[in-house]
Design a protein around this ligand. Structure first.
Ligand code: UD1
Length: 429
C-alpha cells in the first residue's frame, strides 16, 4: 500500500517570517460551544487541519450544518436534534468528548462514545464526570457509551478539580453556563485556549468571570438565552513555539507572527536560558542564536508552566546543546516515545520513569523515523532539517492533525522539505 511521508534534506536553513494559524486546541472547543447557540455562528481563523474536519463531522452527525469558507467556519446548530456521538468519530479524535458539556447544556442529556486512551497516556475523563455530577448530571455506561441525564436539571455547584485539566474545565464550563444558579470552578485550567472559550461563551450570552485564573465563577443563564455569535480563534501558541524551536536550532533569525507573546512566556524564558536572543512585539516573536545551545532543565506543567505540547521540540534542542539537560514530564505518563525516534538520528537520551536525561551531541544524522504523536512528528521534521543527510518521516497523519501546511511553511523559511507518496517497502529477510 502507498504511504505519504515527509522527506527532509538536512544541513538546511530556517530563517524569515511565518504566520501561525488559529489554535487547534481552541477551535475544536469553540466548535463544540456552537451547540449552545442554536443558530449560525461564524468562527474565524480556524486552521485547515484534519482534527477540525473530524470535529465538523461530529457536529454534522448531530444534525448541524458546517460550511467552510477558507479559514472561516460557518456552523448552523439550529437543526441539531440528536445528542449522540458515534464511536467511529470519538475513536478518531479524543477531543470529540468536548461536545459532552454543550449537549448536556442544550438537551439535558447526551450519549457519547467513551474515548479510549491514546499513545501519550490513559487520558482518563474522571474529572469531567465528577465535575458534571456535581452539577446534577447522572452517568451510566452502556456498551462503551457514556449516557448522561439530568433528572433534576443542571444546578450550579462548587467544584474543586483534582488537577487543572483543560478538557474537564471546558466541559464543566459549557454545562455550567446554562445551569440554574452559580457554579464555582476551583483549580481550573488557565490555558489561553480556556480564555478564548470563555470569551466566546460570554459573547453568546454566558456570564463567566475569572477566565485565565484558577478560580472561575459562572452565573447560569436560561439555555434559550444563549445565542450564536461571531468569534476569531486565538493564534496557536504551540505551532508558534514549534517554529521558534526551529529558529533556535538553526540560528534564525526567525519570526513568528499572529501570536500573543504572553502565551509563550515560559518557552521564551527557556529559549533565552539556552542562549537564544528573543525579541517580542504585540503579536510577534523573533528568535536568533549565534553561540552554542546551553543545556536546560524543563518540567512540563499546566499553563502558565512549561507546556507538555512543546516537550518533544525542546528535547530536540536539548539533544544539540553543549552539556546534559533534564526534562521531566508531569502532565502525560507516556510522552517520551519521541526520544527513541530521536535516538535513531544519533541523540543520546536516557529515560528514567518520567525523567529524561539528554546528553547533547555534536550532530544528528538523517534517518527513517516515525511520528509517535503530532508534536513529535513536527519535531522530527525539524530534527531532519538540522541533521546530516536525508530524513524520511513516516506516520505523518499525526502532523496533519495539528499543523496547517507545515511543509509549505517550512519551505517558505528556506527548508527543503517535501511530501511524497512511497510504496510500503516490504522487508527482505
Ligand atoms: C489538552 C490538549 C493537549 C494538551 C493538554 C495539556 C486539546 C484537544 N488537547 O488535552 O494538547 O497536551 O490539554 O495541556 O485541547 N486527566 C485525568 N482525568 C481527567 C482529565 C485529565 O486523569 O478527567 C489527566 C490526563 O490523563 C492527563 C492530564 O490529566 O494526564 C492532563 O489532561 P488534560 O489537561 O485534561 O488534557 P486534555 O484536555 O486531554
Amino acid at each position: 500500500m502507498a504511504e505519504e511521508i515527509i522527506i527532509v534534506q538536512g544541513n538546511n536553513v530556517l530563517t524569515g517570517d511565518v504566520v501561525v494559524s488559529g489554535a487547534k486546541n481552541s477551535a475544536l472547543k469553540l466548535m463544540a460551544a456552537t451547540l449552545l447557540g442554536r443558530g449560525t455562528t461564524s468562527l474565524h481563523n480556524v486552521p485547515l487541519i484534519s482534527d477540525i474536519a473530524i470535529m465538523s463531522e461530529v457536529l454534522r452527525c448531530l444534525g448541524a450544518q458546517v460550511d467552510r469558507q477558507d479559514h472561516t467556519l460557518v456552523v448552523d446548530t439550529a437543526p441539531v436534534e440528536k445528542w449522540e456521538t458515534p464511536y467511529e468519530l470519538v475513536s478518531k479524535m479524543r477531543a470529540s468528548i468536548a461536545v459532552l458539556g454543550p449537549l448536556i447544556g442544550r438537551f439535558g442529556q447526551a450519549r457519547v462514545a467513551m474515548p479510549g486512551g491514546c499513545q501519550i497516556g490513559a487520558r482518563n475523563i474522571d474529572m469531567h464526570l465528577v465535575g458534571l455530577e456535581a452539577l446534577g448530571v447522572m452517568f451510566v455506561t452502556d456498551h462503551g457509551f457514556l449516557e448522561a441525564t439530568t433528572p433534576h436539571g443542571l444546578v450550579g455547584a462548587h467544584v474543586v478539580l483534582d488537577f487543572p485539566s483543560v478538557g474537564a474545565t471546558e466541559n464543566l464550563l459549557m454545562a455550567a453556563v446554562v445551569a440554574e444558579g452559580t457554579t464555582v470552578i476551583e483549580n481550573a485550567a488557565r490555558e489561553p485556549e480556556i480564555v478564548d472559550l470563555v470569551n466566546m461563551l460570554n459573547a453568546m450570552g454566558a456570564r463567566i468571570t475569572g477566565g485565565g485564573s484558577s478560580l472561575m465563577e459562572v452565573e447560569g443563564v436560561p439555555s434559550e438565552s444563549m445565542h450564536p455569535c461571531e468569534h476569531t480563534t486565538v493564534g496557536d501558541r504551540i505551532e508558534a513555539g514549534t517554529f521558534l524551536v526551529g529558529g533556535a536550532l538553526m540560528g534564525g533569525p526567525l519570526t513568528v507572527h499572529g501570536i500573543d507573546p504572553s502565551y509563550l512566556r515560559m518557552a521564551v524564558m527557556k529559549l533565552e536560558s539556552m542562549g537564544c536572543d528573543v525579541q517580542t512585539g504585540a503579536d510577534w516573536i523573533t528568535v536568533r542564536r549565534e553561540g552554542p545551545l546551553a543545556p536546560i532543565d524543563i518540567q512540563t506543567l499546566p499553563h502558565p508552566g512549561f507546556p507538555t505540547d512543546l516537550q518533544a521540540q525542546f528535547m530536540l534542542l536539548a539533544a544539540r546543546a553543549e552539556g546534559t539537560s533534564a526534562i521531566t514530564e508531569n502532565v502525560f505518563e507516556n510522552r517520551f516515545m519521541f526520544a527513541a525516534e530521536l535516538a535513531r538520528m544519533g541523540a543520546d537520551i536516557t529515560i528514567e520513569d518520567h525523567h529524561a536525561l539528554v546528553r547533547g551531541v555534536d550532530g544528528l544524522q538523517g534517518a527513517p523515523v516515525s511520528s509517535t504523536d503530532l508534536r513529535a512528528g513536527a519535531a522530527l521534521v525539524l530534527a531532519g532539517i538540522s541533521a546530516e543527510g536525508e530524513t524520511r518521516v513516516h506516520n505523518i497523519g499525526h502532523v496533519d492533525r495539528g499543523y496547517e501546511d507545515y511543509v509549505g511553511k517550512l519551505c517558505s523559511l528556506g527548508a527543503e522539505v517535501a511530501r511524497a507518496t512511497v510504496d510500503d517497502v516490504q522487508p527482505s529477510c
